[in-house]
Structure formats: structure tokens, C-alpha cells
Design a protein around this ligand. Sequence first.
Ligand code: IVH
Length: 670
Amino acid sequence: MEDISKRITYLRKEIERHNDLYYDKNNPEISDSEYDNLVKELERLENENPLFALSNSPTRKVSGFASSSFAQIKHQMPMLSLDNTYSKEEIIKWYDRIAKKLSGNKIEFVIEPKIDGLSASLTYINGILTIGATRGDGQIGEDITENIKTIKDIPHRVQIKYPPLMFEIRGEVYVNKTDFENLNKLMLENGQQKFANPRNAAAGSLRQKNPYITSLRNLHFFAHSFGKIDGKSFESQSEFLKFCKECGFCLQDDLKQVSSLDEIFKFIDIALNERDLLNYEIDGLVIKVDNFLKQKDLGYTNKSPRWAIAFKFPAKQATTKLNKIRVEVGRTGIITPSAILDPVALAGVTISHATLHNFEEIERLNINESDIVLIERAGDVIPKIVKVVTKNSEGFFKAPKICPSCNSDIVKKKEEEVAYRCINPDCPAQFRRHLIHFVSRDAMDIEGFGISLIDQLLKANKLHVISDIYRLTFDDFIGLDLFKEKKANNIVKSIVLSKSRPLSKLIFALGIRHVGEKGSEIIAERFNTIDAIFDASLEDFKKIPEIGEVLAISLRDFFRNPSVCKVIDTLKAVGVNMVEPNKEKSGSIFNNKVFVLTGELDNYARDSASEIIKSLGGKITSSISKKTDYVLVGKNAGLKLQKAKELNIKVIDEIEFDKLIGEENVNLQR
Ligand code: IVH
């Protein structure tokens, strides 16, 4: 019993401390989901041990408070919080509860995004924006009227002719992803600390003593609820939202009306898939009973309405210990640090590595081994370290002075980039990276030639130069770890196959600085043969519209380098193709047609569908615009499909796609 009491006291203190860091200091130490877990645990302990329940426990009140550095504003109606959950089972339970209470009548819902921002209340008197306030503790907020007036999405005078005498719109002030990145760059340039997330950036920008600073921050606002209204009433949330639109407020495009659990879950899945495509951060969805009479029947708990629930998406941030900083030598000799972490669950996967970008970043974050760090995983990218939460070490981790692979001196080339480099051309670590890149799928695509095989061949002294790959025979493989007859035969076949890859793949495989896949294709299509590329002058490179000065110089220097000539000569000698096949099949249906792929395809991997389109003269882009000719859709397509319809772009499914490309290609390429 004593333990429970101690734990409850600890949790209350800890939650209050995190509330202060989050709401007042805009500088959270833990992720939202870690915070939610603390609250859930406290709620559970208080429910199980009612003796210890306290009326001012953080579980019973709306978090946050109004800072005394702003004038205070008492909300005419309290600004409440939302009950939230990460689990679909909880949504089912919530649905069952309200369905029971509403005695089986059909329920319409509105689903809105839960934008990660700062809530604000706007009071309009006779249609004119008069007061802007933060939520504060839900009862008393901060007067930020002048700051609110700098936000372009917020009308100073509503656009309707006969506005209600007085009304209070509530919504979320937020910073979009692009502005967040730019703002953080600016903060760094000015020697200030970066914001940990867009929500902190919005809060830090809005709670400024000087409204001019707020005006520079490009804040946005979306309306989601209201407080007191004199002179108008609404029947439903959707009617209220329509009213907001008429007044001149921005609404989110992805507003959705549904009437069943199935539809709720369908929409959740779509939103989860497309979350990273949006230009603003959403941390979940809010599901609201649409009809206001029904809302009234359902009522409120002391801190949130029963008629709404927030379904929160898996966390993108977590805290963990940085155990070690590993230093690796890349293909071009650049030394990059990466973090090895205590494994931690994040957005459904276990994370044990994070990128640290470069040594300047390490210095900026003042990071060292043993520190406790906040990590973040946005989209599919490798997680990154946002900041140090607890410093367990002295100072920051310094770049090594000698190459960890070949012991040569490390050089810092200031004029180029923030890069520490090993400039030894014979550095084994660089060669290993070069091999890994050369055989990779987007380069010479040697199936089965993975990192462990490369390491075994290097150890067995079978690879000294790139072209050695093509001299390997069955005997070199048999006897290696896990290589029996079949596997050895297959890898030999893969190596032979890779000799006939188009020139563009070879150019990409060579790993020229600043030249990616697209660049390699452009160069190969322009010159057609490797000999023509060797003969090209700087001017010839510059003539290509897509190639700028830096790239042209990089190309010229690369192909003038005698060791590159040697590599190419040896590759020629082993029979590697040096020509770009002519892709323009005249009369082909995809000639110069622009495609966008979206959703999950049943019969094609994304890459193979893209390859087919490209091989028939088509182009692939990632976003839809008026220039798009076709959108190939698979299952669970969402926003892109919607946009395609809006722009009247031809949408085709797999069956139509198969028809277009003809049976021959289907059989060939799948
Ligand atoms: S409705 C009575 N709708 O989330 C509930 N809130 O965790 C009124 N939020 O303080 C809020 N998106 O600031 C509502 N679509 C949305 C929202 C939303 C974000 C914020 C809101 C609230 C907090 C609760």
C-alpha cells in the first residue's frame, strides 16, 4: 500500500513537472505517448485505490496554466480537453458506450485531424475580432490578442453580413512542416535553440511579448469548436464548421462525415498512411458525434466531453540512452557518426540506431556517449536525435583525428561542406562502401550480392578493384558461408546478368559526387556511350539543361581522373555494357506520359511498375499536378486519388494498366 501511495505521489509530481515543461517552457523532455502513459498509469492507480484520489490531481483537471507575463482572460465557458487513446479497442468501447446511451439511434460522426498546435479562443463582437486568448488552465487563459491578429488565416472581420452579436471560435494555431524546418534553420543561424516539434514552435511564436515576432512566423489556424455564442445556434458540428467557412476561416480539406465504426476505422487507416504526405503535423484524429442534441445527451466528464474521442497515432518520439557513437567511413571518404541506442519501441518498431548527420550537429546538440536523448522518427526515414534530455557526460563527442579504417589523417574541408574526410584513395572502408553501392539494386543490381557476401570476399582477398566482381567464378563462392551449389550458380548468373545493365545504371554505380539516379539517366540519354562521355568538354556538360555549373565541373573532373579511366577500361575488358539503349519506342503509349503511383498494388512491386512505365518511355513523379497524365491507383489510395479526381486526371487501376502495357510486358516484367 505504501508503495502505491509513493508511486501515485511520484506520478503526480512527474506529470506536473512535464506539464510545466510542455505548456510553459515549450521544451518537453518526453514524447506525448510517454506522457500519456504516465497519466494513464496514474488514472488506473487512482481508480483502483480511491482512498488516494485527490480533487486537484492532474488526472482531474485540464493541464496548462496562464503565465503571469500576459494579462489574464477568464473564459466565459471552460476550454476542455479531449479523452484520448492509442488503441482501436478503446474506440470500439467508446462507440459501444455512446451507442447504448443513445439507445441504438443512428449516429453520425465528424472526423477531424488533431493538429499538433496550440489551442486558442477568438472572441468576435459584432463580427469583429476583439479578444484572442490561449487555453491556459482551461478556466483562465492568456491575452494574446495582438499576436492573434498577425495570423493571416484569422479574419479580423468575419465575411458574413449579419454575424451573431458575440461568438467565440476555438481552434488550433499551428506551424506547417516547411515553415517549421525554415524556422529552426533561422533559430540556429541566430544562435538560438531549435524547437523540438511544430507544436512548440507554434506555442513559442504565439506567446511572444512582441507581436512583430509572431507576425514573422507564418502561423496558421484551424477552427474546431466554439465557446459562448449570442444570437445564433447550430444543430450540428458540421453545420458549425460550414458557418466557420462562411466567416472566412480555414478548414482542413480532410474533414470527414461518417456513420459507422467501419468507416471510422477505414478513415483512420487512410490517415495513418497519408499522415506524412500532409504539410502539417497531425498527431491523431478527433472523432465527434455530429448532432448537438446527441452531444448534450452524452455530456461531459470534469475535463472532457463524452461525445468526442481523440485517436492518437503511434508516437514519433521516445527517450532512450545513447550507448555509443559509431564512426563510419563512407564511399567518398566522408566520416559520419551514428548513434547506437538502448532499444526502444517507436511507431511500431524497435529502434536501436539513430542518425547524427555530422560532427557539427553533435557539437550543436552537445551530445556524447551515455546521454539520455529524445529521438524522433518522421516518415520512413531513420530516426534522428532531437536533443539531450539528461546529460551524463562531459562535453560533446569529437571527430576522430585518424581514419578508423586505414589510420590515415582525417581532413576537414571547410570550403566544401561540413565534412571530415579520409583522403586515402586506397582506404579499405571506402572500397567496401563502393562495392556495396556498385552492386546495389538501383545501381548494377546484382541479386544476392549482399553486405555479408562482400565482407566474406574481402576477407578471402578476392576483391581488390571493382572489376574483380566480374572475374569471380563458381569456385570463389562455393565454400563461403551458406553457399551451396545452387546459390553459387545463382550468384554467378546474377553477375553475368548485371553486365548488360544500361549505361545509366553504370554511371550511377560509379558514385560520382552530386550525381543521383535521375542525373545518371539524363547523362546516359544525352551521350549514349561511355566514350562520348569521356570525350565531352565542360561546355558539353553545361549544355544539358538539367545540369548546372557545380554538377558539370564534378562530371568533367570525374571523367578526367586517370583512375576512373582505369576502372572503366577494366570493366570494359570484362564485358560490362557501356551503351544506353534507346528508350523511345515510337508509338509507345507511354511516350513522355507523366505517371503518379499511389496506394498498394496487388501484382506489382512499386519499383517494378515504375520500371515498366519508364521502359515504355513514361516518367514517374511523386506528386500530382496538372502535368500528370495518369494516376495508377492501388488499394487504400487516399489524398492523391482525391486530388487526381479534382484535377480531372485519368485514373487507372492495375487491370487497365495491364491492358495498356499489353500481355507481353506483363509476363516479362512482373
Ligand atoms: S475539440 C471540448 N477538435 O486537442 C473539446 N480539439 O487534447 C474541444 N485539438 O485542447 C476540442 N484538434 O486544442 C478539438 N479537431 C479538434 C482538435 C482539437 C486539436 C486540441 C484542442 C484541445 C486538445 C485536447
